[in-house]
Design a protein around this ligand. Structure first.
Ligand SMILES: O=c1[nH]cnc2c1ncn2[C@@H]1O[C@H](CO)[C@@H](O)[C@H]1O
Length: 535
């Protein structure tokens, strides 16, 4: 064997690898030397933690590994150095999150408890044996209907009678654990726990039942005029603290009104947008006053309704969306239909109103892009999988999830060539049982095919993946190719594929670049200091 044979082999090998990865979007830019150094260090830390913290035995976690089921691995994740590093990373835009699941459930309960109008009821008196299967039903009542029923656990409780939230908590029977257990019951009804995801509800259909039930519970608290703006404010603030600088939130407009301060269901969509706008202005002003305006470019709304409405009903929502876009052009970013694609109507069922919507926009001189959920499924040619064809033919700007896109070579090319980004939600996909771990997620296939991707959290209040740090973490530990520079590209691409335009987008990207450089600089400084201490 000649040395030159080996050299020639290695050259051919390097060329093949290079060609195989040539579509990757993180290949097109050369990182600064600082970023390259940070990328190397992060890889070292990842490797070290894979054989230290992930190899230990934990009594409650039998077989831990990086990229494992999020709800089980979470307590290990938060102890890692990698997590601490990523939590400081500027994430760019959050492009896929359902507003109703963006704020910590315990925070929501805390603010709800300040509202004397909020009441709760259950279909039967709560007891130790039925509490785990009964969901609270919340609603704000008009003052003349305020209840003085003592509690949900009292022997005198009659099915479906309202109890004020404050009483329900304060008088929660001690034998059931008192107020603390009340909190756990309420919070548990708004989240998915590991036993549900990986045991009792371990199929897509079953976990969706539990998933939908969390929204039925939280809606009663969120869709109340005094709560709604506080909820949005907390969403913005916690997102900013996680390094998110711009948001496109999906708001569910299915219900035509929310409950007003007077306990009547009389607050129309227009007022929801006014509240959103007020909070937005307020948070931006606050950031500016702190000299941090670059950390929050703003937020917009993707108008959504659910895929069980009839095509005729959709016409109403589309006109509603148009009216809102006219009045709040800076707030409405796009239109989407949500819900479990495996069970609800496919896009093709709505083709007439959806085509008409485009015509109506031309007449009105508006631009409201479709930003469709599609292919959030394991199906191969199922209606949910087929939604991808319709989303793309209808000109979707991005695709929500697109989990099954990798089955479609032609559509992969289209997404790459037309720059249709996928809003990929790794933790959501795992908890909703499309994949058993992040290691089996198709994300690397998408990245290697050059499909633009924005990482998203989807429903962080339900899943517990608040912010974007957890999703970036799972992605980073699940691929050898992926490094800090890949994450940098994903963050930048999120802004690139947002609905921000022209000057706004340029400003957002420039601000992000500055934050990124600072992040790298601080990481290297911090790392040098800690290695000095060790030495
Ligand atoms: O990942 C998802 N795919 C499809 N629909 C979703 C997802 N997450 C939430 N929703 C839908 O959005 C509504 C709340 O605004 C929920 O009712 C839920 O059905």
């Amino acid at each position: 064997m000649m040395a030159s044979d080996v050299a020639a082999y290695k050259e051919a090998r390097a060329a093949l690898i290079d060609e195989d990865r040539s579509f990757r979007r993180d290949r097109h830019s050369i990182p600064s030397s600082d970023e390259a150094k940070a990328d190397r260090l992060v890889r070292e830390i990842r490797a070290a933690e894979a054989s230290s913290i992930w190899k230990q035995e934990y009594p409650s976690i039998p077989h831990p590994f990086p990229g494992m089921e999020f709800l089980t691995g979470r307590e290990i994740i938060v102890k890692t150095q990698l997590f601490a590093i990523l939590s400081k990373m500027p994430k760019g835009a959050l492009l896929h999150a359902h507003l109703d699941a963006t704020v910590n459930a315990s925070f929501l309960l805390k603010i709800a408890l300040k509202q004397p109008a909020l009441h709760v009821r259950v279909p039967q008196r709560l007891t130790a044996s039925n509490i785990s299967s009964i969901l609270p039903h919340f609603r704000a009542l008009p003052q003349n209907e305020f209840s003085n029923a003592p509690s949900l656990t009292d022997m005198s409780y009659e099915a479906e009678t309202w109890v004020s939230l404050q009483n329900a908590r304060g008088n929660f029977d001690i034998s059931l654990g008192g107020p603390e257990e009340f909190d756990k019951w309420v919070i548990g009804s708004m989240m998915i726990n590991p036993k549900e995801a990986y045991d009792t509800h371990n199929t897509i259909a079953k976990i969706w039942e539990k998933f939908i039930s969390t929204f039925m519970v939280s809606t009663g608290l969120i869709r109340f005029a005094p709560i709604f703006p506080e909820y949005i404010r907390e969403f913005f603030k916690t997102s900013i603290e996680d390094g998110i600088s711009y948001i496109e939130a999906r708001i569910n407009f299915l219900y035509k009104h929310m409950v007003g301060i007077d306990g009547q269901e009389n607050i129309p969509h227009r007022d929801w947008l006014l509240m959103f706008d007020d909070v937005l202005k307020e948070v931006k002003a606050e950031m500016k006053a702190q000299g941090r305006e670059d950390e929050f470019i703003g937020a917009r709304i993707i108008y959504t309704t659910i895929r069980f409405i009839t095509p005729e009903e959709l016409d109403w929502y589309l006109e509603d969306c148009i009216a809102l876009k006219k009045e709040f052009p800076h707030l409405i970013a796009g239109f989407d239909l949500v819900g479990n694609e495996n069970e609800l109507k496919p896009l093709i069922d709505y083709i007439e109103p959806l085509l008409r919507f485009r015509e109506r926009q031309k007449e009105e001189g508006l631009d409201i892009p479709f930003i469709f959920h599609a292919g959030e499924t394991l199906g191969d040619g199922s209606v949910a999988d087929m939604n991808l064809y319709d989303a793309i033919l209808l000109g979707t700007k991005r695709i929500g999830h697109g989990y099954s896109l990798v089955k479609h070579p032609k559509l992969i090319d289209t997404c790459r060539e037309k720059g249709i980004a996928l809003e990929v939600c790794p933790i959501s996909n795992e908890i909703l049982r499309l994949t058993s771990s992040t290691l089996m997620h198709p994300l690397p296939i998408l990245l290697n095919n050059g499909v633009p991707v924005a990482l998203c959290s989807d429903d962080p209040a339900v899943f517990g993946n608040m912010g974007l740090t957890f999703d970036f973490f799972q992605v980073l530990v699940s691929s050898e190719i992926t490094g800090l520079s890949t994450l940098s590209k994903l963050a930048r691409d999120s802004l690139e594929h947002s609905t921000l335009d022209g000057e706004e987008k340029r400003r957002a990207i420039t601000a992000w670049e500055k934050q990124w450089a600072k992040f790298i600089e601080e990481f290297l400084r911090e790392h040098d200091r800690s290695t000095c201490l060790v030495a």
